[in-house]
Design a protein around this ligand. Structure first.
Ligand code: SAH
Ligand code: SF4
Length: 373
């Protein structure tokens, strides 16, 4: 059976090479070729002996997920759709800014956690992505942006300087693969990103937050969305399993080893649901003991969603209450609206296990994207 080398982090690649009687530095060389230089052809790995290349060709391959659509928004946001087989598609979104380029990637096809305002959740859960499918989004995006060393275009806005695991799925529900992919992002022989520039976003899986802290601490964003258990149970159903009295201490524990000294609380702004002045004040008292920043996300509607986005003035007023108490608060700019690349709108049409309409819906999705170009 052919092994996909994109599934292996540095340690497992070293073990793989040892199993074939090869020294650790060979693993390092191949890691560099694959991830630093984006090479998938063993014959192009010129400092590897021909005999080893032949051996590798017989047992291994470098297989990223296929890009099946690539849509560019008017604001420069670029969305990639990946076919991950069996009718499943996942997405990554590149967001260029003046001082950084952020790639938002997916960790699952669908999501089991069923938050009431999230289109991914509404599609149900299909499966966990493999390490190759997670890191492969970065691999493919770098190729598409021509941002590998020696690429034609190394302008700062083309370089992926930050990665956020905020695409489809719950990263901490696919923790093993997520951790291996994170290690590749941080590895100097691979992508060499700083821990502070890689952010995992979670809806609050408390035991997995502890494991992430111990196994591979990176910056953490927690999807809070409500100031009390009553409302959060409704919006983020996993709250029934891990309520706020467990989530807040888990955030504090995470900070003991985190590369940043604050947690980012994400808060989707839903008109008349969670955006009142009193709720902002309740949030301040809930988060009193957790060093944090707030990121307010204007709700992005999707077909059939029961909510409306809070008006801009309401969002501003809510932010002002938090800031007046000294909590740094940003409001996320809505980007890539014209290509459905905004938060919660990703891969509108993933195969729903119960409906089995995936093939058809992906085709529809691509048609829609083509129309947007
Ligand atoms: N499962 C993880 C990461 C993926 S979701 C999590 O929930 O944190 C990334 C962010 O997008 C989360 O904060 C999520 O709450 C938010 N989001 C989901 N649907 C949204 C929508 N329709 N509008 C705005 N933000 C949304
Ligand atoms: Fe899953 Fe996150 Fe969407 Fe909730 S918001 S359903 S955890 S992807």
């Amino acid at each position: 059976m052919t092994i996909n080398l994109l599934d292996l982090d540095a340690a497992s690649l070293t073990a793989f090479f040892a199993g074939h009687g090869e020294k650790p530095f060979r693993a390092r060389q191949v890691l560099r070729w694959m991830h630093r230089f984006g090479e998938s052809d063993f014959d192009a790995m010129t400092d590897i002996a021909r005999s080893l290349r032949e051996k590798l060709k017989a047992v291994a391959a470098v297989l990223p997920p296929k890009v099946v659509a690539d849509a560019l928004s008017d604001d420069g946001t670029r969305k990639f759709l990946f076919d991950v087989g069996a009718g499943n598609a996942v997405e990554a979104v590149f967001i260029p800014e003046d001082d950084r380029g952020t790639l938002c990637i997916s960790t699952q096809a669908g999501c089991a956690l069923d938050c009431s305002f999230c289109s991914t959740g509404k599609q149900g859960f299909n499966r966990n992505l493999t390490v190759a499918e997670i890191i492969g989004q970065l691999w493919q995006a770098r190729h598409a942006l021509d941002a590998y060393p020696g690429g034609a275009d190394m302008r700062v806005e083309r370089v992926i300087s930050n990665v956020v695991l905020m695409g489809m799925g719950e990263p901490l529900a696919n923790l093993d693969n997520t951790v291996l992919a994170l290690r590749l992002m941080l590895d100097d022989n691979a992508y060499g990103l700083s821990r502070r520039r890689v952010t995992v976003s979670t809806s609050g899986l408390v035991p997995a937050m502890d494991r992430l802290r111990d196994e591979c601490p990176v910056a953490l964003a927690v999807s809070l969305h409500a100031p009390n258990d009553g409302l959060r149970n409704e919006l983020v159903p996993i709250n029934r399993k891990y309520p706020l009295r467990e989530l807040m201490p888990a955030c504090q524990r995470y900070l003991e080893k985190a590369p940043r000294d604050f947690v980012t609380f994400e808060y989707v702004m839903l008109d008349g649901v969670n955006d009142a002045d009193a709720q902002a004040r309740e949030l301040l008292s809930l988060t009193r003991d957790v060093p944090c920043k707030f990121n307010l996300i204007p709700f992005n509607p999707f077909p059939g969603s029961p909510y409306r986005r809070s008006p801009a003035l309401r969002i501003r007023r809510f932010a002002e209450i938090l800031m007046a108490a000294g909590v740094v608060t940003t409001t996320r700019k809505t980007r890539g609206d014209d290509i459905d690349a905004a938060c919660g709108q990703l891969a509108g049409q993933v195969l729903d296990r119960t409906q089995r309409t995936g093939r058809r819906s992906i085709t529809l999705h691509l048609d829609r994207q083509e129309a947007c170009r």
